[in-house]
Design a protein. Structure first.
Length: 231
């Protein structure tokens, strides 16, 4: 297994941390806009939450509870640790295994900062889940599941068997959508909370994967130039 290089840290700062700071600024700015110039949008989207609340049933209450749990902090971290450990064991490539960890860590930090600064109230409907101390904006469940499972989908592009690659990608892309609908249905978030969370998770997963691809190319180039020194 390759060791950590100084360039790994340098690239993390320039190719991961810096873009995430910019992303965080965009998400926080949009959150403040929803409480200011876009306040009319905030009020109009309440109709979506009220329509969903009016059509609730015991069956869908149970189904969406399961979907919502997919995005729980415990579920996301647990799945991430297990999959990262398997990737590290099978590939001996710690950078590859770090992709989902980096994705959910970055989106989680952005989520916490945005939630603390914006402090948006949750929809004015009956809530089927206990309200966490964080605000409604953005959706932590949706952002975390998007960052995690999109990073899995990106890594799945390397699977050789076409049917397994396609199945894995489809499942990984569907799970965040189920989480998002579950959070809306259960009255925990506004639609714009979900949209901001999708943006957060998608961009963080792409940034983490791009960092890995960049480092892999650099290391392969070094291996070709200095094959003996890399052994």
């Amino acid at each position: 297994m390759d060791r950590f290089h100084r360039q790994d840290g340098s690239d993390l700062l320039t190719r991961a941390v810096a873009p995430c700071v910019a992303l965080g600024g965009v998400i926080v700015g949009f959150g403040f806009a929803l409480k200011g110039p876009l306040d009319g949008l905030s009020h109009s989207e309440e109709a979506v939450n009220k329509d969903l609340a009016a059509d609730r049933s015991s069956t869908w209450n149970t189904i969406t509870l399961i979907w919502s749990h997919i995005g729980n902090t415990e579920s996301v971290i647990g799945v991430c640790i297990v999959v990262a450990a398997i990737l590290l064991w099978r590939t001996r490539d710690w950078r590859l295994a770090a992709v989902p960890v980096l994705a959910i860590a970055m989106q989680g930090l952005i989520f916490l900062v945005a939630s603390e600064l914006v402090r948006r109230q949750r929809p004015e409907v009956e809530k089927l889940d206990p309200s966490p101390p964080t605000g409604s904006y953005p959706s932590g469940h949706t952002g975390a599941s998007t960052g995690l499972y999109l990073s899995f989908a990106l890594l799945a592009l390397a699977i050789h068997r076409a049917w397994l690659r396609t199945l894995t990608i489809i499942v990984c892309l569907c799970l965040p959508l189920l989480v998002a609908y579950g959070r809306l249905y259960r009255g925990m978030h506004h639609p714009t909370d979900i949209a901001a969370a999708f943006l957060n998770g998608i961009v963080c997963a792409l940034i983490a994967y791009a960092w890995y691809r960049h480092r892999a190319k650099q290391l392969n180039r070094t291996e070709q130039l200095h094959p003996i020194g890399r052994r």
